[in-house]
Unconditional design. Structure first.
Length: 250
């Protein structure tokens, strides 16, 4: 079981597939997603990775949080969340996860907080049918009707579906498809809608109802603090010294 990612929802747009068909996608941005802590079975009783994303001012961070970030040698993070992993998929503290942690065509589960709708009636909140349009019903056509009985049981049961606050709930949308990955800009394009409004942080991880596709990096795609960019790493190390030697001989 690999770790997930903390991504920032940028908004929705569309892209065109190879056959010319347009696909509506949600753009997710990796806002400095780093490993800030580890949870081990020997010390904590379970195995997990603590990730942080975003930037937070030190003056707005508590003393205890500043101590944890200083121990991990990372700057204060705006959002900190945990992802359960297996023992062999732990990643060192300080490593920054990259967008190629997921591959194109992979299915993922995305967890976020839905958009708040405020106070809503039963018809909008629970899809109730409402009361009759005539035959004695006046004014209260969109009410939810009876909420209980009289002497027996003499109360309203807990959990009764009624009007109330709608939205701002933590939900998980399963089996969303990764359409495209931009490693340089740290963007992940997901087909369809993602819970939450623009600017919120969501949890993205491998789908629990499908197998991990071939080519997905294990334990993940990341770069350490002192790691050179990929473009520089691909350059052969022998070319530069050879050119200097030729110049000295001339």
């Amino acid at each position: 079981m690999r770790t997930g990612l903390i991504a920032k929802k940028v908004g929705m747009t569309r892209i065109f597939a190879d056959d010319g068909q347009q696909v509506g996608v949600t753009v997710l941005s990796l806002d400095g997603c780093q490993v800030v802590g580890q949870r081990t079975s020997e010390r904590d009783g379970y195995v997990a990775l603590q990730l942080g994303a975003g930037v937070k001012k030190a003056k707005n961070t508590t003393k205890a949080e500043r101590a944890n970030f200083a121990k991990a040698e990372v700057e204060p993070k705006r959002v900190v969340r945990e992802f359960r992993v297996s023992d062999d998929n732990l990643i060192d503290v300080g490593a920054e996860l990259t967008a190629d942690h997921f591959v194109e065509g992979q299915l993922v589960d995305i967890q976020g907080e839905t958009i708040g709708k405020g106070f809503a009636g039963a018809m909008k909140r629970w899809n109730f049918g409402g009361l009759r349009a005539t035959h004695g019903v006046s004014v209260s056509h969109r009410s939810h009707g009876s909420t209980g009985n009289r002497q027996d049981p003499g109360r309203t049961f807990p959990g009764k579906k009624m009007a109330g606050h709608y939205g701002t709930e933590t939900v998980t949308t399963q089996n969303l498809t990764i359409v495209r990955v931009d490693v340089e800009r740290g963007l992940i394009l997901v087909k369809g809608a993602v819970p939450g409004h623009d600017g919120t942080y969501v949890n993205v991880r491998d789908a629990v109802k499908s197998k991990l596709p071939e080519g997905a990096p294990v334990p993940g795609a990341f770069k350490t603090a002192g790691q050179a960019p990929k473009a520089a790493a691909e350059t052969p190390a022998e070319e530069a010294p050879a050119a200097e030697t030729n110049g000295d001989e001339a």
